[in-house]
Design a protein around this ligand. Sequence first.
Ligand code: CTP
Ligand code: MG
Length: 229
Amino acid sequence: PIVGVVVVAAGSGTRLGAGRPKAFVELAGRTVLERSLTSVFGMQREAQIVVVAPADRVSEAEAIATHAAGVAASSISVVAGGDTRQQSVALGLAALDASVRIVLIHDAARALTPSAVFDAVVAGVAQTASGIVPGIAVQDTVKRVDDDETVVETVDRSELRSIQTPQGFPRAALDDAYAGATVEHTDDAALFAAAGHTVSVIDGDQASFKITTPWDLRRAEGLLTALSG
Ligand code: CTP
Ligand code: MG
């Protein structure tokens, strides 16, 4: 396929504190990883999907992936991740077929991301050949503070966006950016931009929030319960 999706699920879930890696935690009866993959399989276009899992959970991730795939046309495989998210992404990129021209990188922890966001990111990369990231407006007032928490200024939030995943990129440029990366970046778009490339923001979705803390997990459970009930 032309499109590849790397789903990073190799983190340990320290802040969630559920006693196991976050992707393998149950969320209203199905794992976080299975819910994320169901969204990926809902994409309009066929894709090659690569899941990056903790080294000791590769076979568990394979079973979840097979279950999520059902009769979908897209292919899916699992590789072992690394110590940092950036290393895990690099290991996922290395598993993509030569045919892939557009790559999406997605956090498994964003379990409720709508399939339409994946389609929109693919369309954006195809149209622009830039990096494309989903983002949403910042709703709180944002202040800059100094070392003792004294407010220095109120930041103009109209020019800020909270950035989510999936983040999409032309494959060759992303591979080169990863090969040349010398520091850890907080997201793939920052690594891509550091290599001199353009990144544009498209509309994200509130449902794409990242499950980070126990509060986030309860919020996701509440949303799923509201939808099914
Ligand atoms: N991730 C990964 N490999 C790592 C670290 C993170 O694949 N070495 C993935 C996580 O599985 C997650 C995504 O990157 O889907 C976003 O990371 P984060 O929310 O920080 O997840 P964790 O690192 O698992 O959580 P924590 O930082 O609380 O330990
Ligand atoms: Mg982390």
